[in-house]
Design a protein around this ligand. Structure first.
Ligand SMILES: Nc1nc2c(c(=O)[nH]1)N[C@H]1C(S)=C(S)[C@@H](COP(=O)(O)O)O[C@H]1N2
Ligand SMILES: [Mo]
Length: 322
């Protein structure tokens, strides 16, 4: 169903891995051209677009960066998904044991219309979009990834959260049959994450069902994962099966494990170091850069999305609320 969702893209270009390298050369040219509609829905994959069109408005609003992309091969072979192993290459090499269809998400808590919903129905909430976001892992590396999916706010709204809903809590599947590494307690399973309500409703908060115009690979959190580009990567929880509207700040997997190292907010912040390492720079895995020896670049406040998100934290001590 993720394929079909990706195919609903009409007014947006889908970035195809085969042609992305030429995209930067085309940028100046493409901005002047009208967006090319994807032709027909009969093909198995969205047709390759001649370079994604990134309008100045999209770049300004943070929806799509024109920075050099991370190769599909790197996005799918250097992962954090502890349910499939703690090594970077483990998730990509794991047997394909996750059953992603049918997939249901249970939505409950402080809302008027709770329910157990099929992924297909969840995705009817909004047309598919492509977002090109920076992903900054708390470990000090980063990627630039073209996701397909829909805004989180559009998915949450139909459940009609009440005024008591102050936070949204997300839970990953924790089935040892489908995720064999769950037998090791590297995390207090299930993996859990959360956002404050205003963060969840922010236009940059995204639910991805695909990347590079194709359905999400297992290792990237198939079939549905959160993408919160201004926060450290661990907030972007994978393979979501439960969403709860709650009144109190929910416990999250990494905070549960190491509360002094991983806070609830975990906004990317070069001025607040991790207790065991600096957060001032990051290893940018993009283009042909080698994964381990890629150039280090300065880390930006809110991962470069300050113009879009800083107002949500006005007056907050970001050292205390790390
Ligand atoms: N369920 C689950 N979600 C997860 C993780 C995980 O181990 N389990 N790892 C997180 C971390 S630390 C990062 S950096 C990103 C990595 O996403 P990617 O592998 O798609 O690049 O996923 C996040 N989401
Ligand atoms: Mo991470």
């Amino acid at each position: 169903m993720s394929i079909r969702h990706a195919l609903k893209l009409k007014d947006h270009q889908v970035t195809d891995e085969a042609i992305y390298r030429g995209r930067r050369d085309l940028l100046g040219l493409m901005v002047a051209m009208p967006a090319l509609a994807l032709s027909g829905c009969s093909q198995a994959q969205p047709p390759a677009a001649p370079g994604a069109v990134i309008t100045p408005e999209q770049a300004r609003s943070g929806l799509r960066t024109s920075e050099e992309l991370t190769k599909l091969e790197d996005v799918t072979s250097y992962n954090n998904f502890y349910e499939f192993g703690t090594g970077k290459t483990d998730p990509g090499q794991a047997p394909r044991t996750l059953r992603t269809s049918p997939w249901t998400v249970e939505v409950s808590g402080e809302c008027e219309k709770p329910g157990r919903v099929n992924l297909e129905d969840i995705l009817k909430a909004a047309p598919a979009e492509e977002r090109i976001y920076r992903l900054r892992c708390v470990e000090g590396w980063s990627m630039v990834i073209p996701w397909t999916g829909i805004p989180l706010a559009a998915v949450l709204r139909p459940f009609a959260p009440t005024s008591r809903a102050k936070y949204v809590a997300f839970t990953t599947l924790a089935d040892p049959q489908q995720m064999p590494q769950i037998r090791y307690r590297s995390i207090n399973w299930p993996y859990r994450e959360g956002l404050r309500m205003d963060e969840a409703m922010h236009p940059l908060a995204f639910l991805a069902t695909g990347l590079y115009g194709k359905p999400l690979p297992q290792q990237n959190g198939a079939p549905l994962r959160l993408v919160v580009p201004w926060k450290y990567g661990f907030k972007s929880i994978k393979s979501i099966v439960q969403i709860q509207f709650v009144e109190k700040m929910p416990e999250t997997a990494w905070h549960d494990l190491q509360p002094n190292e991983y806070g609830f907010f975990s906004n990317v912040n070069p001025q607040v170091d991790h207790p065991r390492w600096s957060q001032k720079t990051e290893r940018r895995i993009a283009g042909n850069a080698s994964k381990l020896f890629a150039e280090r670049i300065p880390t930006r406040m809110f991962n470069g999305y300050a113009d879009q998100v800083a107002s949500m934290y006005a007056g907050m001590d970001l050292r205390r609320w790390f």
